[in-house]
Design a protein around this ligand. Structure first.
Ligand code: GLC
Length: 542
């Protein structure tokens, strides 16, 4: 049960130990290529993650989610895997991964891999074989189909990066299907050999000690076997990403996806204490389905990405939090993220002051928080010159403004050239402000965003109500969100002012301020009503 915790970071956690690690912990997402470069080639690597493990402990993270580190031609940032059981030479070696696992575990940190089961790279040996002839034994490992009579693709399906989801292979006279780029052919998960091969690859990592997986694009993993056309989307407008042209009735979230996840869950459950999470962008009712049932659980955590993509305003965030909490099955566990590698950073979407309010929300809601690297210093997205862009979405649709490179730039460690990230030329530019905006400078500043993150995590760790406790929305309007967390006899209010103007909070009886996003006023007494400054968040003990 809960006991007191020493205040300095890195001490043994004391929150309710009855919760499993993935419920009580804080996840930190690392874009490995941009985290820390140890060999001076301008690219982050696994030894770089090892070198920063003590920083992550100091920050208060418990779980690291690593972006894909497998061999890959990197057409799609490693989401185009050419070998499921290796490490890309850019990032290091298998030995480096083993070392990382050992060093992380020695510090009580868990490691989750971003795994991409729905498609491979077109340079994966499985696909090279599959495309070599129609009667190759691996032909059925991917989705091949004949052209329509007029030679056009078998269906009208559109890829997530636009264009047809089918590419014609002249040599064998058939099309293959790909939900993303032509260089990312989709595996055929109806084929038992594919299931066996990918589950074996999962076991390869589980045997090495990996603590779980974030299953990329999991809702895409099965497509309609009758190859029916998707219906047109009546709400499509050209300013939307191109895959919005059609409604993905036959290409995403198919009933058999659940069977695939069940086999993955069984694979993970054959090991002690590992987890399966997955990426999906679905409405809440459908997201619930991915938890499974209490008898047949599926994903431990269907990743809840909504707060990483919505407009940052109280009248959107408040109702979403309510709806999401109401959706979670009684035995299910919520989770939250405010930025990821696929969205604009919170500091860009909301501004520096609201990024602090967002941090307070992230770390006080009921559910596992995921911090995207750099958000703990309010890192902004950088300008990426056209000739340095790597994201296919931006290369193909520059006018949509959906490029993801700005949110994937090197971590700003200090004010040295290369931002302390690399002795060499960083693979993507750093944000202009890195000299004034970095970990070193914020570590020493008692009012910095980094200090706020540390204080929030420390408080969370020592306060069972903020982790295991119940959740209740107290008040939500177009300017503010106020909610309560409670456990045993302890009650806390979290009051978040999303507006630039002051906001008056009413409190029944007396309370004391435990933490302000401005990192002052701590300990102040509140009675009756209290004025939050513009863009301030408060945690109050009732
Ligand atoms: C997932 C990843 C995204 C990638 C896509 C295709 O959505 O999060 O970054 O572009 O899969 O692999």
């Amino acid at each position: 049960m809960a006991t007191e915790r020493e205040t300095s970071a890195g001490e043994t956690s004391t929150i309710d130990q009855a919760l499993p690690w993935w419920q009580r912990g804080v996840i930190y997402q690392i874009w490995v290529r941009s985290f820390y470069d140890t060999d001076g080639n301008g690219q982050g690597d696994l030894p770089g993650v090892i070198a920063k493990l003590d920083y992550l402990r100091w920050l208060g993270a418990d779980v690291i989610w690593l972006s894909p580190v497998f061999p890959s031609p990197m057409i799609e940032s490693g989401y185009d895997i050419s070998d499921y059981t290796g490490v890309h030479e850019l990032f290091g070696t298998l030995d480096d991964m083993d070392n990382l696992l050992a060093e992380a575990h020695a510090r009580g940190l868990k490691i989750i891999l971003d795994f991409v089961p729905s498609h491979t790279s077109d340079s994966h040996p499985w696909f090279i074989e599959s495309r070599s002839s129609r009667d190759n034994p691996k032909r059925g490992w991917y989705l091949w189909a004949d052209p329509r009579e007029d030679g056009s693709p078998p269906t009208n399906w559109v890829g997530c990066f636009g264009g047809s989801a089918w590419t014609y292979d002249k040599e064998t006279g058939q099309y293959y299907e790909h939900a993303f780029l032509p260089q990312q052919p989709d595996l055929n998960w109806r084929n038992p050999e594919v299931r066996d091969a990918v589950l074996a690859a999962m076991r390869f990592w589980l045997d090495r000690g990996v603590d779980g997986f974030r299953m990329d694009a999991i809702w895409h993993i099965i497509k309609d076997d009758q190859l029916r056309d998707n219906p047109p989307n009546p709400d499509y407008t050209p300013d939307l990403p191109p895959d919005n042209l059609l409604i993905a009735t036959f290409t995403r979230d198919q009933p058999e996806v659940m069977d695939v996840i069940a086999t993955m869950r069984d694979t993970v459950d054959a090991y002690d204490d590992r987890i399966l999470s997955g990426e999906l962008y679905l409405d809440l009712e459908r997201m619930r389905a991915y938890y499974g049932t209490s008898e047949r659980p599926l994903l431990h955590m269907p990743f809840n990405l909504q707060l990483s993509v919505v407009e940052w305003s109280a009248d959107i965030v408040g109702p979403y939090v309510d709806a999401y909490m109401a959706m979670i099955p009684e035995w299910g566990w919520p989770n939250w993220a405010i930025s990821t590698h696929d969205s604009r950073r919170i500091a860009d979407r909301a501004g520096q002051s609201q990024a602090r309010v967002a941090a307070m929300l992230l770390l006080t809601l009921r559910g596992t928080p995921t911090i995207y690297y750099g958000d703990e210093i309010g890192m902004p997205g950088a300008e990426v010159p056209r000739d340095q862009i790597t994201d296919p979405r931006e290369l193909l649709y520059p006018y949509l403004g959906l490029g993801r490179d700005p949110a994937r730039t090197p971590m700003q460690w200090d004010d040295q050239p290369g931002g302390g990230f690399s002795q060499g030329e960083p693979w993507l530019p750093l944000a202009d402000d890195y000299q004034a905006h970095n970990v070193a400078q914020q570590s020493d500043d008692p009012c910095s965003t980094l200090t706020l993150y540390r204080r929030l995590i420390e408080l969370r760790r020592s306060t069972p109500a903020l982790v295991a406790g119940g959740y209740r929305t107290v008040h939500s309007d177009e300017r503010a969100l106020v909610f309560e967390r409670f456990h045993g006899g302890e009650r806390f209010f979290v009051a978040l002012n999303f507006a630039a103007e002051p906001y008056t909070l009413s409190v029944d009886g007396a309370a004391s301020i435990v933490l302000s996003t401005h990192l002052d006023r701590n300990g102040d007494r509140v009675e009756g009503s209290y004025e939050l400054r513009g863009g301030e968040g408060l945690i109050l003990r009732l």
